[in-house]
Design a protein around this ligand. Sequence first.
Ligand SMILES: Nc1ncnc2c1ncn2[C@@H]1O[C@H](COP(=O)(O)OP(=O)(O)OP(=O)(O)O)[C@@H](O)[C@H]1O
Ligand SMILES: [Mg+2]
Length: 200
Amino acid sequence: MLGPNGASKTTTLRSILGLTPPRNGSIHFDARDITRTPTHTIAQAGIGWVPDDRRIFPTLTVARNLAIAKKKTRFRSWSEKECFEIFSALEYLMARECENLSGGEMQMVAISRALIGAPGLVLFDEPSQGLAPKVVQDVMKTISRLKSEGIAVLVVEQNVQSALAVADRAYVMHLGQIVHAGPAAELREDADLRLQLLGV
Ligand SMILES: Nc1ncnc2c1ncn2[C@@H]1O[C@H](COP(=O)(O)OP(=O)(O)OP(=O)(O)O)[C@@H](O)[C@H]1O
Ligand SMILES: [Mg+2]
């Protein structure tokens, strides 16, 4: 999901999570209508969230933050070991308090928390924001890996190129509306369309 600042991308993710209830329309996940369902029930149904502010508990250690993220859903939970395979630095940060982590380190914890919570869908809000190129690569690889395991991923990105490289479908939002929906390949390959919709 792409679009300028203020387009309502974050609001859309918050609506799916039940944090900002939609005024109209409905939200379906895993053959269930989850419109106006409480957020904890939606999380329990298997929707994971990596918020743009990488919300984690600052005074807890990384290990504790991961431990309390564990959840039983009908989807599979990722082990800590699998998270270390994705983010090799994570293993050495386990005893650290989260408030002392760098932005990139927090993002590794935030994504690992979502995976440990056994998601069938993961919502990423601008996951590459402020990250070093190597970590952006790790994040995009994680997204590809989730897809290859049949887990749905909805990514909001300003980094148009990285997002289009991993996405199957693209949605462009503007002023609270979806103004374009189609295969990601179309936007990837059509420079004129990209310029017209996204200015890049
Ligand atoms: N709780 C709220 N009450 C009223 N207006 C809100 C609320 N949350 C967001 N908005 C407004 O809704 C619009 C969309 O906000 P949103 O955060 O969804 O945009 P966004 O597409 O995620 O933008 P960005 O790329 O800057 O993160 C903005 O104009 C914002 O000020
Ligand atoms: Mg936003």
